[in-house]
Design a protein around this ligand. Structure first.
Ligand code: RP5
Length: 152
């Protein structure tokens, strides 16, 4: 069963979040990838958020570019932790998405990583850290990753 729900705002975002998917796979974390636009499919996004916990997800990663309302709206429909990835798909190269995701009004947090592929990789690692507080095998996989990282 997938522990992480990964949602992107457009099919065109797929390449940019591939590092997140690769890292989740490397750490042995099952995920499900969905394409749901915050502004083109608002009802689908609502339903996804409301059902996410019941479907067994424990963390949601939401990636979008432009005004990037997807992670924030997702967070409004679920109590699961939401990690937002700002994508550089617009004329502003992701600065717009970064500010939109990071500057959530108080009360509805979204954990915002950096812009683009580095952020995508870090989103998966952050998800692993969150899941590791409950799942010993994920904590162990993350520890091994950190050990290798130190070796250079
Ligand atoms: C965002 O706008 C998407 O995440 C994508 O990065 C960008 C373009 O999407 P569409 O033109 O497919 O709506 O919402």
């Amino acid at each position: 069963m997938a522990l992480v729900g990964v949602v992107i705002g457009s099919k065109s975002d797929a390449n940019m979040i591939q590092p997140a998917l690769d890292m989740l796979q490397q750490l042995g974390i099952a995920y499900e990838l969905s394409v749901i636009s915050g502004h083109r499919n608002p009802e689908t996004l609502r339903e996804y958020g409301l059902k996410a916990e019941g479907r067994g997800f424990e963390v949601i990663i939401a990636a979008a570019g432009g005004a990037a309302h997807l992670p924030g709206i997702m967070a409004s429909w679920t109590t699961l932790p939401v990690i937002g990835i700002p994508l550089p798909s617009s004329e502003l190269d992701g600065i717009d998405a970064l500010l939109s995701i990071a500057q959530m009004p108080a009360g509805v947090p979204v954990a915002c990583v950096g812009i683009g592929t580095s952020g995508a990789k870090n989103a998966a690692l952050l998800a692993a850290q969150i899941l590791g507080t409950k799942h010993g095998e994920i904590a162990e996989a993350y520890r091994k990753y950190k050990t290798k990282l130190a070796e250079g």
